[in-house]
Structures are given as structure tokens and as C-alpha cells.
Design a protein around this ligand. Structure first.
Ligand code: COA
Length: 169
């Protein structure tokens, strides 16, 4: 039996924290699906297609990883893919509360649903996509926060936004 796990998220953009979870999760299953949420209530800096392409660039050496978009309920993707668990990273107590609520809600929707929570590496516990976006928007150094293959793309996006927003005169 192929053991499929799903790592869902917005990934706007993928950070080194996410990458650490992916690299550890691939060892726990035969197939890992990194699932990029499309219809998030969040206003994203990168489109779903861009987020997916960025993740594919970073994970191309991992043969058992697939990157997909998803829209709608996570349990529907879980059922469709015949998954055995969803994997999520835990950075803090507040992450735990959110993850516990999400796990409970998803289990009500689908009794076979399981969650695998991996504690984050302590040095990455304060990294988040919004911190990356904030630092990049001020032209700061994001090299310790995101995979090196993504730095140029992220910096370009925020440089372009800043030049559009700069007042004339
Ligand atoms: N390293 C770094 N950052 C991490 C991280 C890690 N290991 N784990 C989480 N984060 C950060 C992200 O960077 C993001 O930061 P930001 O908000 O500052 O940008 C934040 O934690 C949360 O992002 P993410 O992990 O991508 O989760 P999410 O809340 O955007 O999405 C889904 C969670 C996709 C799993 C959930 O919304 C979902 O399943 N949606 C589908 C609809 C559904 O089924 N809903 C019912 C659920 S009960």
C-alpha cells in the first residue's frame, strides 16, 4: 500500500521552515503531496501558479514529492488522494491551538482523517511567510529565511511593487 501524506498551506512564499518540514515528512511516507491553497481568504503576494512553480523549483530533487493546487475543503483532497495523514509544522503554542482545532474539525468531516504534527527546528521557529514579505518589502536580507533559489524572484516582486507605489515628484 502506498502511504500518501499531504502538506497543505498557503506558502506565500515557501520558507526554510516549510522546507524543513517537507524534508522530514518525505521520510515518513511513500508519497508527499505539497498542496497549495488557492482560495485563501488571504490576499497573496504570489499567485497560486507562482507559488506552485516556486515550490517545484525548490523540491525538484525530491522524487516522491508532488506539488498541486487545491481549492475547497482539505478533506476532499485527502479523500481523493487516498491520504493516510496531513502533516503540519508546529512553531509555538498558538500554532498548536490552531492545528488542534483544524484537526478536530477535519476529523468530524472525515473520520479517517489523521494529522501528523512535526515540531519546527528551533532556529526556524520565528520564520513565517509574512515576515519574509515584510523584510523583502523593505529591501532587507531574506537569505536566512527562504531557499536560495527563491531569493531573486521574491526580491524582484517587492522591488517592482515598491517602484509602482513610490509617489511621484
Ligand atoms: N515554517 C515557517 N512558517 C510556517 C510554518 C513553518 N514550518 N508553518 C506555518 N508557517 C506559517 C506560514 O508562513 C504562514 O505565515 P503567515 O500567516 O505569516 O504568512 C502561517 O504559518 C500559516 O500558513 P500556512 O501553514 O500556510 O497555513 P494556512 O493557515 O495559510 O493554511 C490550511 C492552512 C491550508 C491547511 C487550511 O487553511 C485549509 O485546510 N484550508 C482549506 C479549507 C478547509 O478545509 N478548511 C477547513 C479546515 S478546518
Amino acid at each position: 500500500m502506498v502511504r500518501t501524506m499531504i502538506y497543505p498551506g498557503t506558502f506565500d512564499p515557501l520558507t526554510n521552515g516549510h522546507l524543513d518540514i517537507v524534508r522530514r515528512a518525505v521520510r515518513l511516507c511513500d508519497r508527499l503531496i505539497v498542496a497549495v491553497l488557492v482560495n485563501s481568504a488571504k490576499q497573496t503576494a504570489f499567485s497560486a501558479a507562482e507559488r506552485k512553480a516556486m515550490i517545484q523549483t525548490v523540491l525538484q530533487d525530491l522524487r516522491t514529492v508532488e506539488v498541486v493546487h487545491f481549492d475547497g475543503l482539505l478533506v476532499d483532497l485527502y479523500r481523493r488522494e487516498g491520504a493516510c495523514a496531513v502533516v503540519r509544522g508546529l512553531r509555538s503554542e498558538s500554532d498548536f491551538r490552531f492545528e488542534a482545532e483544524m484537526a478536530a474539525a477535519n476529523k468530524l468531516l472525515l473520520p479517517s482523517y489523521e494529522t501528523c504534527l512535526l515540531p519546527c527546528r528551533i532556529d526556524l521557529a520565528f520564520t513565517s511567510s509574512s515576515i519574509v514579505r515584510e523584510v523583502a518589502s523593505y529591501g532587507g536580507d531574506i537569505s536566512g529565511m527562504v531557499p536560495s533559489a527563491l531569493i531573486e524572484k521574491i526580491c524582484e516582486r517587492f522591488a517592482a511593487r515598491n517602484s509602482q507605489q513610490r509617489p511621484e515628484g
